[in-house]
Write a protein that binds this ligand. Structure first.
Ligand code: SF4
Length: 472
């Protein structure tokens, strides 16, 4: 063996496991997502130097090395890597921060519980400490990450075993009408709403996002936290998967279409103007034309701002692969997928057009890819914006007009570094802007939207690109 080691790490390693060593001769090392602490031992064993220092904690159940390779794909019930902070390059405007791992939901189609294991959450204090360090480094946006991020449940401050589920209504912490195949244990825990309150308070000028959530965990406490803190992004991902109650049952999603519609209404009542996104699957096992029509109806009524739409593709080890027939023909799946995408595009184009004339607070990320002379960034609602790279007013106070008065009310914080783009704000020979600055990555700018894209680029077959609105 040369000094070069080829390893496959993460979910794919967990899914294919030994096959990677058996079928792919160039692969030396296969490591699942819960076994990274074992890497020093595995690498040493490949080089013929047994090492025992790699496993420091966790319930590692399967770890062995072989002459032709080394593998550890054991899943852990405790590993959260809470004390392993990622190496982050200096000058980053945003950072991702893992708060929990795994998923207990076992939706019929999904491989995640088999590749990421059971749910476990990082202690809240370790998250706050990391957010504080990011804030001190000048990071302006933090995205909390987890496979089921709003299921966050931290018992690290409670001695002894977890309490039993509440027998009277085990799903009382869920959104109304939602359940799951497991009974959550949350009494006495720090839950997602607690975490949001505390993270948002670390630095009110740092924007907080999170992904990927499950709709069941958007109880009133979470909606209240999002509504209360101006620096929590007003954008929610509400994966629907289908608009049909019978399909949702088949998918083991734990709710009906009616419960989902009710949740959408509750979200919009609690957080007016919030942007919604979703995931949808076309052609799941047994899907009828009526069930497909229900998904089209959901898209047309819910008015999502963004959607990730897939044709169903079976994954081994899932409930669906073991118990259901993947019986919707490929051409039917493809037709239905095209129809759902077309319905979504119709809605999205209208929602993009409605942005014209609004002002959004945009976190500038840097030069725009396709127009490098311009800048780009994202709105609070997660829409990408192109901003003309011109001198900008340093303060809203310099721009007294109606738009700005409205904007000031929307501004999550009293930033001294904001920029207004719009007919009234453009500098001219006769009326130059005073106290102007050049915008740069990491600045928050108030951007007046002057035009919006109506098309979304090349025909996407699986993923719809993020919305695109131009403010120049
Ligand atoms: S779809 Fe989401 S909630 Fe369902 S099993 Fe997969 S990760 Fe969990």
């Amino acid at each position: 063996m040369t000094g070069l080691v080829v390893g496959v790490l993460g979910c794919m390693a967990e899914r294919l496991q030994q096959q990677l060593l058996d079928k792919h001769r160039g692969v030396d090392l296969v490591v699942g997502p819960d076994a990274y602490r074992d890497l020093p031992r595995l690498l040493s064993s490949l080089q013929g130097h047994p090492c025992t220092s790699g496993i420091s904690r966790g319930n590692l159940e399967q770890s062995h090395s072989r002459q032709q390779g080394a593998i550890n794909v054991a899943l852990s019930r405790t590993e959260t890597y809470e004390d392993v902070e990622p190496v982050r390059p200096a000058g980053q405007t945003g950072a991702w921060l893992s708060i929990m791992r795994g998923c207990d939901n076992l939706c019929a189609f999904c491989i995640v519980p088999f590749t990421r294991g059971r749910e476990r959450s990082r202690p809240l204090q370790s998250i706050l400490d990391e957010v504080k360090r990011l804030s001190d480094r000048g990071v302006k946006e933090v995205t909390l990450l987890g496979q089921n991020v709003n299921s966050y449940t931290d018992f690290s401050h409670v001695p002894g075993p977890r309490p039993l589920p509440d027998q009277s209504d085990p799903f009382s912490s869920y959104a109304q009408g939602f359940s799951s195949i497991y009974k959550p244990r949350r009494q006495g825990a720090k839950v997602f709403a607690d975490l949001l309150h505390e993270v948002a308070a670390v630095n009110p000028e740092m924007r907080i996002r999170f992904t990927s959530p499950h709709p069941k965990d958007f109880g009133p406490d979470v909606l209240q936290a999002i509504s209360e803190h101006a620096n929590i992004a007003k954008q929610l991902h509400l994966p629907a998967q289908s608009g049909s109650s019978s399909m949702l049952h088949q998918m083991r999603r734990g709710h009906t279409r009616e419960a989902y519609d009710q949740l959408v209404q509750s979200v919009r009542d609690a957080i007016p103007g919030i942007a919604l996104s979703t995931d949808l699957i076309s052609g799941f096992c047994g899907e009828t034309e009526e069930e497909h029509a229900a998904t089209l109806d959901l898209v047309l009524r819910t008015h999502y701002d963004q959607a990730f739409i897939f044709a169903y593709s079976e994954r081994s080890r899932t409930f669906a692969s073991r118990h259901l027939m993947d019986d919707v023909p490929a051409d039917v799946k493809s037709t239905r997928l095209g129809e759902v995408i077309a319905a979504f595009r119709q809605i999205q184009a209208a929602r993009n057009q409605a942005e014209i004339g609004r002002i959004h607070l945009v976190l500038v990320e840097g030069a725009a890819k396709r127009q490098p002379d311009d800048l780009t960034g994202k709105t609070c609602s997660m829409k990408r914006v192109i901003i003309a790279n011109q001198p900008a007013a340093q303060s809203l106070a310099a721009m007294p007009n109606t738009h700005i008065q409205n904007t000031r009310q929307q501004m999550p914080w009293n930033s001294s570094l904001v920029n207004v783009r719009g007919p009234q704000a453009e500098p001219s020979k006769d009326s130059p802007l005073e106290n102007t600055i050049s915008l740069a990555a990491g600045d928050y700018a108030a951007v007046y939207i002057q035009s919006a894209a109506t098309a979304l680029g090349p025909e996407p077959f699986s993923i719809i690109s993020p919305n695109f609105a131009a403010g120049r």
